[in-house]
Design a protein around this ligand. Structure first.
Ligand code: PMP
Length: 444
């Protein structure tokens, strides 16, 4: 009997006791290939000695000093490290404990910016239906993950949602990328006009969609067009790189591949790679400067922000990733993974799409490839795949269809950046058996 209040109140979970490289080990000694880094978290794998040593050393000298009174060395060093590598003027880095806190900080920073520049009527956010931005009330409000929103719908803030960029299902047959982009940009433009541009604060999106639909990358040109619409109306652009950031897609920041620089960007998972809980929000000079020269104080904060041990852990992670050239490995093994997924699932009658960037990949499952019909939710395919994969000794991250029930179930693959070719082959092999086993279970 567990006294830990886990997400599920039913069933027992294996007890994780250790980890080595891309593998996790439970209390029976069973090994699991961590094919999704949990939920795209463990980008450096498990048990990395340099990271463990850095955290131990930091805790030995200073674990915590409240930011109301002090700054600390690892926070300063990590902020400089990140600012030196961030796009544009996103040089002002605010540390919190995870993705949802980063989302809340970003929404509130955007609002305070509008107050500082004398536009107090701007208080509406626009986001996309295919999105997840966190589970706290503000973050959940901007998110479009219906399953997670529904129980709390009445208590959420009123956010407008527009279409995502979802080429597999939404790009018309024969529609060029340019026409598709123009259509989506026009939709955002119309939504801003409908709400009244003077009331709109920011547009929020994940550059590559994670948990809601599985590694959905936009067509090139999409974010550039979105940025232009936002600029035309004085609306800020906030990008959520909690899952897709910190090298996961083959560049340190996913938005670098989309030729766009947001006003505010936030990230989390891969930053500390699971060794410590940490998230970061990046503010551009325009945003930071308005607050510095205005009230001089961001009206927000959390007890554990810029936590010294968390920052020391994240700094060690980021130095290893850079020092060992692991983002190059993301690109290289990302191509290997993509090829292996196509080889295994390219002709699979229930795999409609294989997509993603770098080591952020997914397959989308369909009942019928030609019509792209989804499986009925009662088939509980995602749950079955998760269970079958765990039996196989594979951690992957399946999700069920969520944008208005229109997209199919998917499986997200996001292995550690240290993965090798033989491990990619093992991953896809186990995934193939898990998917086929789950489909057989659902049909039985
Ligand atoms: N944004 C995105 C894109 C995410 O994937 C997640 C976590 N799945 C969050 C925000 C929330 O992060 P956290 O769970 O650390 O609060």
């Amino acid at each position: 009997m567990s006294n830990v209040f886990h997400r599920s109140c039913h069933g027992s979970l294996p007890v994780a006791v250790g980890g080595e490289g891309v593998y996790l080990i439970d209390s029976t000694g069973k090994r699991y290939l961590d094919g999704s880094g949990g939920a795209a978290v463990s980008c450096l794998g498990h048990g990395h000695p340099a990271v463990i040593e850095a955290i131990q050393k930091q805790v030995g000298s200073l674990a915590f000093a409240h930011t109301g009174f002090f700054t600390n060395e690892p926070a300063e060093e990590l902020a400089t490290f990140l600012a030196d590598r961030s796009p544009g003027t996103l040089n002002h880095v605010y540390f919190i404990s995870g993705g949802s806190e980063a989302a809340e900080a970003s929404l509130k920073l955007a609002r305070q910016y509008m107050l500082e520049i004398g536009q107090p009527k701007r208080c509406r956010f626009i986001a996309r239906r295919q999105s997840y931005h966190g589970n706290t009330v503000g973050a959940l409000s901007v998110g479009g993950n219906m399953a997670r929103r529904v129980p709390y719908a009445e208590m959420l803030i009123d956010v407008a949602h527009v279409s995502p960029c979802y080429p597999y299902r939404d790009q018309g047959p024969g529609e060029s990328d340019a026409d598709y982009v123009a259509r989506l940009a026009a939709e955002l433009d119309a939504e801003i006009e409908r709400l009244g541009p003077e009331t709109v604060l920011a547009f929020v999106a994940e550059p590559v969609v994670g948990a809601t639909a599985g590694a959905v990358a936009p067509v090139l040109g999409y974010f550039k067009a979105i940025r232009e619409v936002c600029d035309r109306h004085g609306v800020l652009l906030i990008l959520d790189e909690v899952m897709c950031g910190m090298g996961r897609t083959g560049t340190l920041f996913a938005c670098e591949q989309d030729d766009v620089i947001p006003d505010i960007l936030y990230t989390a998972k891969g930053l500390g790679a699971g060794y410590q809980p940490i998230g970061a929000m990046f503010a551009s000079e325009k945003i930071y400067g308005a607050i510095r020269d205005g009230s001089g104080f961001f009206q927000h904060g959390h007890t554990y922000m810029a936590h010294a041990a968390a920052c020391a852990g994240a700094l060690a992670v980021q130095k290893v990733i850079e020092g060992d050239g692991l983002i190059e490995n993301v690109r290289r093994q990302g191509d290997t993974l993509d090829a292996a997924l196509h080889e295994r699932f390219g002709n699979h009658q229930h795999v409609g799409d294989i997509r993603g960037r770098g080591l952020f990949r997914a397959i989308e499952l369909v009942a019928d490839r030609a019509s792209k019909a989804t499986f009925d939710p009662s088939a509980r395919l995602a749950t079955r795949i998760r269970a079958r994969a765990m039996d196989e000794g594979l951690v992957c991250y399946p999700g069920s269809g969520t944008i208005d029930g229109r997209n199919g179930d998917h499986v997200l693959i996001a292995p550690p950046f240290i993965i090798r070719e033989t491990e990619v082959a093992e991953l896809v092999d186990k995934l193939g058996r898990a998917v086929d086993g789950a489909l057989a279970d659902a049909a039985a």
